[in-house]
Ligand binder design. Structure first.
Ligand SMILES: [Cu+2]
Length: 118
């Protein structure tokens, strides 16, 4: 009986995560910077994409990007929020065309590097 409850609970979590995937910029990513320093930890590969910045939220440390399709992670083109550091976002503004690298982990995606296209 307990196992059934757990299965149901994790299904609900999975469903709500995928429902929120397009609109959940608020995940706390403060712990991630340290994790990226650890080379031994297995991580999802970095994927590359191009897009246009739609919004920057410096309080939540997110950047919303309308990006093209990303075959590496089987993403269609979409507009979504990525976690990013203040350093990464410095000098960027809505409307900028950017090329960026990111890690996608479940419903979260974190910018690894981002720069303006000329
Ligand atoms: Cu996306």
């Amino acid at each position: 009986m307990k196992l059934t409850l757990i299965a149901v609970a994790s299904t609900i979590v999975t469903l709500s995560l995928s429902a929120l995937a397009e609109d959940m910029p608020g995940m706390k990513m403060d712990g991630m910077e340290g994790m990226q320093m650890t080379q031994d930890v297995k991580q999802t590969p970095v994927a590359k994409a191009e897009g246009t910045i739609k919004a920057i939220n410096s309080e939540k440390h997110t950047v919303t990007i309308a990006h093209g399709a990303v075959p590496a992670v089987q993403w269609p083109a979409m507009t979504m929020a990525f976690s990013a550091t203040a350093d990464q976002l410095a000098g960027l503004n809505p409307g900028d065309q950017v090329i960026f690298e990111f890690r996608s982990e479940g419903a979260k995606a974190t910018v690894v590097s981002i720069k303006k296209m000329k």
